[in-house]
Design a binder for this molecule. Sequence first.
Ligand SMILES: [Zn+2]
Length: 201
Amino acid sequence: MIIFGTGSANLETIQVSNEVCNHCNKEDTIFFSYYRRHVHIFWIPIFPLRKTGRSYCSHCQQTLSPKQMPIGLKTKFKNTKDQVKGSFWQFSGTIIFILLIGLTGYTSSISKKNTTSYLKTPAVGDIYEYRLDSGYYSTMVLKRITRDSLYMALNYYEMPKQSRLYNIDKEKNYRQEIYGFSKEEIKSMKNSGTILNIKRP
Ligand SMILES: [Zn+2]
């Protein structure tokens, strides 16, 4: 399966006036056809490459690349090329990509806001994602709240990546015994980056 490749889009075809075909000597039979290649991934055009084109004669069907054109025709071809506009859909992959980045940024700003507010007003059942000294990640679940402390059940398992924590965040993975942290301690764990994220199921 080809997921990465190039395609092209036809941009414009223009009739060239006052030009004689160097092959069949007919006048006003030459056309310029412009197109633009683009790189695509999964058939979505990601970004456009430079414009190019061909000349062809509607009488004898001769087709010439810019390199093969007589000098006068080549000059006309280049001058006209600058007036031909690109087609916008060849940027569609770029646009999708920008939208995705925006969406990811938006989701992560929401989750930061939630973490701050869950830290201020904790609730039993909140899941705390944290980083271990080993560089691995794990979770703990809030089991009991007192005036100045939070009691957590730790997860038996660790993951090498924070993004994989959903794999181990299961009720049966949490230890029976609970550990108390002072609210101050939890706050400083959040500030030092040990606690990364708080989720409320
Ligand atoms: Zn011709």
